[in-house]
Write a protein that binds this ligand. Structure first.
Ligand code: PLP
Length: 359
């Protein structure tokens, strides 16, 4: 229950489109028109889902989101630039700062009642101190599944404009929402924020296509476009015909599958919450608003920082190690619930048994 992919079969129209490629038998370089179709498809999807008008020509295709984030960090920021991140955070964000020689400006989420609060005041203090050159946002957020509200995005956009920040917004989980929340791309708020934002996305998360390696990056920022020009020739790499084909099919014909998947993972999200409340009430679990990832705070269990190791060794349940998500992940673990209800039930049962045997 660790790596972020799903135990569900992919949508039939995607399988069919990939079969069609095989039966034609042409695995030479893909036609440029296929990549153009995907850029067009992305623009249409943004319009339809979020009322966000973008030009297909402003969409750049890459092999994965983290690769694209690193291109921007490397080419557009000063050496040693401060990058603000809301932690705990998807570990490759932290690793990307290291490989691109940026400094983490930590802006931790605050646990508040039944949710998480964005510390805009704390972030503004870091901006005033001149520590921040860019915001690296994860919205919806991995690991906590928090979806930023319009007023929060407006607050971040105001800081970006006032303090001349570049905004990198990873929105890969935007299509995995639970009922009652809506995704807003930060770049859709208006021209002032759009021209300093790069938005990253991929069909890989919502349609479970991570092996196919295709992501989208959208920007109209002159600074970013100039930075990307500096990348050595060929460093972005070519694109895979299956990634392009599957993405095009997913957006054209995959929405029924997507809806069914969303409803299943909402059921699983609630099941996980019910089972934890009944069998391991010491674990603090705020039901995520998006994603199929549960953030379990086990600090009250008295197991120390390495909660995931305890459950791996004693319950044979593999979650992600909380500390990999930042220092404030100590005592926590991430659990992927995009699986069957049987697996979720068995995991919680084994975890509860391991705890009972320890007592
Ligand atoms: C927030 C976030 N960004 C990026 C990725 C990975 O994207 P890619 O495989 O395209 O780098 C993930 C995968 O879980 C993720 O959760």
């Amino acid at each position: 229950m660790w790596v972020a992919d799903m135990d569900f079969p992919i949508a039939e129209p995607i399988t069919q489109a990939m079969r069609d490629v095989i039966s034609v038998g042409d695995l030479g370089y893909p036609m440029p028109t296929l990549a153009a179709d995907v850029r067009q498809g992305f623009a249409e999807r943004m319009q339809r889902r979020y009322d966000w008008s973008i030009e297909p020509d402003d969409v750049i295709l890459t092999q994965d989101v983290i690769q694209a984030i690193q291109f921007v960090l490397r080419t557009c920021l000063d050496d040693g630039a401060g990058v603000a991140i809301q932690t705990p955070i998807y570990p490759p964000f932290l690793a990307s700062l290291e490989t691109t020689n940026c400094q983490l400006v930590d802006n931790p989420w605050i646990r508040d009642g039944d949710s998480w609060t964005l510390d805009i005041e704390g972030l503004e203090q870091s901006c005033i101190a001149g520590e921040v050159q860019a915001l690296l946002l994860c919205n919806p957020h991995n690991p906590m599944g928090r979806v930023m509200r319009r007023h929060e995005l407006e607050g971040l956009a105001r800081l970006a404009v006032d303090y001349d920040l570049l905004v990198l917004s990873d929105e890969i989980h935007a299509e995995i929402l639970h009922p009652g929340v809506w995704h807003i791309p930060i770049a859709s708020l208006g021209p002032a924020i759009a021209e300093r934002t790069v938005t990253f996305s991929s069909a890989s998360k919502p349609f479970n296509l991570a092996a196919l390696r295709l992501a989208q990056m959208h920007t109209t920022s002159p600074q970013v476009l100039a930075g990307l020009e500096e990348l050595p020739n060929h460093s972005v790499g070519g694109l895979n015909i299956f990634g392009l084909t599957a993405t095009k099919a997913a957006w054209a014909e995959g929405d029924d599958w997507l809806e069914a998947m969303q409803s299943l993972i909402t059921t699983n999200r609630n099941l996980l919450g019910d089972l934890l409340a009944e069998h391991i009430p010491e674990i603090d679990y705020v039901k995520p608003e998006a994603t199929y990832l549960g953030w379990l705070d086990g600090t009250a269990l008295g197991l120390g920082d390495e909660v995931s190791k305890f459950f791996l060794d004693n319950a044979k349940v593999v979650g992600n190690r909380g500390l990999d998500f930042g220092e404030n992940g100590a005592g926590c673990m991430r659990l992927n619930f995009a699986t069957s209800s049987e697996v979720i039930e068995r995991a919680i049962e084994q975890m509860a048994t391991a705890l009972a045997q320890r007592r």
